[in-house]
Structure formats: structure tokens, C-alpha cells
Write a protein that binds this ligand. Structure first.
Ligand code: SF4
Length: 310
């Protein structure tokens, strides 16, 4: 069996993920490992969390698990005002690793609540980012509506002349465009971003995986099952009628996927570390990969400064 690997140039960790990981690493150096707690997985990747845990970081899902006097880091997905206020009351040293793109959406949600606007959030209910975004609306929560698809728009009954919309940053760009179009068609005066809030990193990685899927027999996405952006990459590849698999690393690879395959596409979600790609490439070379060809344009990732407390 011999085949080529086509590796997407625009892949892997984005600026917000680098910032969040660097924040935890720097906090461990500055404050010592006994004191550093992270609320929720700092980014949705099993390897990243395991690596930071090995360095000494404590991951918790509730403030009640954080001891007095601790340094508390908010994950890249952001938190609600309620959590923020409670953490301040408990007098933790707070370091906010929320991605600045998400913080920008939080500011707009805050403003919408001050204006008393109804808000439509396009995103997956239960995802940490969506929970944080909704929780930035301070006021009558019945004015906040979470939807995902264009069909969901039909179920809305809002005052479209005093309404605002926001989206999760890591959604399917195509599906979100359709949902926003349907929303604007039903409520032409609704305010919000010109297009949506999917970030540049999300858009570029989805464009890259679409191109990859059109050139390959299968596509492998390095990322964890609870990673929103990684799941969307898999869906985009499948939408091009190409089989696609989301794996944390080579240990989850099934050799049967390679039967009859000439070209394997390879990319990584925005939270997956680069060494996982190296691990998968090495594994594929052992299985008969003859060359690795990097394809598509580079990502135009920004660099976000670390939080001022670091
Ligand atoms: S995917 Fe986008 S919003 Fe999410 S952390 Fe990366 S840059 Fe920020």
C-alpha cells in the first residue's frame, strides 16, 4: 500500500489557543503549581489538557472546587458575568484567558442587555462559549434565544426592531451564513455583525479542509471529540462527499481507512498541538505514505498579547 499525504497549510492552533495555553504555562511559572486552577478545559483538546495537568495546573468545573487564595484562570471560551462576579467575591486572583475575539462578542452582548434588546445567539446550546456568551446578557434572560439552523429561525417570535444577534466563533461558516440570511430575511432591522462572528481562524481552516477534501480520498482531522471547530472541519470534509475522521492522535487510527486510498488529507483543529500532526504523519509513513505535500494558502493568524496579570 502506498499513498501521498496532503497536509493543509492552514491548520492547527490559532492565536486564541496559543494565548490561552501560554497564559496557563506562564501562570504556573509565576504563581507556582499549587495555586493555579483553570475553570473548565482551557481549550478543548485532550493532549493540551494532559500536558498542562502534568505541569501542575488543576482543572475544575465549578468554583466550589477552587481553594481560597488560588489563582483562577478562565478558559479560552469565556465565562458568564455571574461566574466572573462570584470569582471576584471569592477573592481569587483572576486571569482571563478568554480569546479576545470572544471578549469582543461579550462586550456587544453586554451592550445589548443595557439597551434592553432581544438577542438571538446562533450556536450550540451547552457549549462553554455559548454558555459564557449568553451569561454576558445581564437582565431578563427570556430575551435571549439560542438557535442553530435556518429552520430554527421560524420558531422565533421576537421584536425584530429592537434585536441583536451574535454567533459562536467556531460554527460551520456555510451553515451560519444560511442561518443569518434567514434571520435577516425575517427581521430586516436586526442588528449584529456584518456577516457573523465566526472568526478568521475558523474560516481559513474550513476553506482549507474543503479544498483538501476535494483532492483526497479521505481526510484526517487531528482534534478532540469535544472540540467544536474540529467537528466542523470533519463536517465540511464530509459535505464534499469525502470520508473524514476526527482523531486525537495516531493511536485512534484504523488501518482499514487506508484500503484503496491514494491521497490522505491531513489537517488539525484550532486546539490541536503540532506534535499530534507529526505523530500522525510518522504513523502514516509506517503504513506506506511516500511523501507529504503541503497544500493551500497559509493561515493569517494574529498574535494576541497575554493577559496583563502574567
Ligand atoms: S477559534 Fe477563533 S475565537 Fe476560538 S480561540 Fe481561536 S481565534 Fe479565538
Amino acid at each position: 500500500m502506498s499513498f501521498q499525504i496532503l497536509l493543509a497549510s492552514a491548520r492547527g492552533m490559532c492565536a486564541g489557543v496559543y494565548r490561552a495555553i501560554n497564559t496557563v504555562e506562564s501562570a504556573l511559572k509565576k504563581y507556582g503549581k499549587e495555586r493555579v486552577y483553570v475553570l473548565h478545559e482551557v481549550v478543548h483538546n485532550a493532549h493540551v489538557v494532559a500536558d498542562l495537568r502534568a505541569l501542575g495546573a488543576h482543572f475544575v468545573d465549578d468554583l466550589s472546587e477552587v481553594p481560597e487564595g488560588s489563582v483562577l484562570i478562565f478558559s479560552a471560551h469565556g465565562v458568564s458575568c455571574e461566574v466572573e462576579n462570584k470569582a471576584r467575591e471569592l477573592k481569587f486572583t483572576i486571569i482571563d484567558a478568554t480569546c479576545p475575539v470572544v471578549t469582543g462578542i461579550h462586550r456587544k452582548m453586554n451592550l445589548a442587555s443595557k439597551k434592553g434588546q432581544e438577542v438571538v445567539v446562533i450556536g450550540h446550546p451547552g457549549h462553554q462559549e455559548v454558555i459564557g456568551t449568553i451569561g454576558q446578557y445581564q437582565g431578563d434572560k427570556s430575551k435571549v434565544h439560542v438557535i442553530v439552523t435556518e429552520d430554527d429561525v421560524k420558531s422565533l417570535d421576537i421584536d425584530g426592531d429592537n434585536a441583536f444577534f451574535a454567533t459562536q466563533t467556531t460554527l460551520s461558516v456555510d451553515e451560519t451564513r444560511r442561518t443569518v440570511q434567514a434571520l435577516k430575511a425575517r427581521y430586516p432591522n436586526i442588528q449584529g455583525p456584518r456577516q457573523d462572528d465566526t472568526c478568521n481562524a475558523t474560516q481559513e481552516r474550513q476553506n482549507a479542509v474543503r479544498d483538501l477534501a476535494n483532492q483526497c480520498d479521505i481526510v484526517i482531522i487531528a482534534g478532540s471529540k469535544n472540540s467544536s471547530n474540529s467537528n466542523r472541519l470533519r463536517e465540511v470534509a464530509i459535505s464534499q462527499n469525502t470520508k473524514a475522521y476526527l482523531i486525537d492522535d495516531s493511536s485512534q487510527f484504523d488501518k482499514n481507512w487506508l484500503i484503496g486510498v491514494n491521497k490522505v488529507g491531513l489537517t488539525a483543529g484550532a486546539s490541536a498541538p503540532g506534535y499530534v500532526i507529526d505523530d500522525i504523519i510518522n504513523y502514516l509513513k509506517e503504513q506506506g505514505a511516500t511523501e507529504v505535500i503541503t497544500v493551500g494558502p497559509q493561515a493569517h493568524d494574529r498574535v494576541f498579547p497575554l493577559p496583563k496579570e502574567i
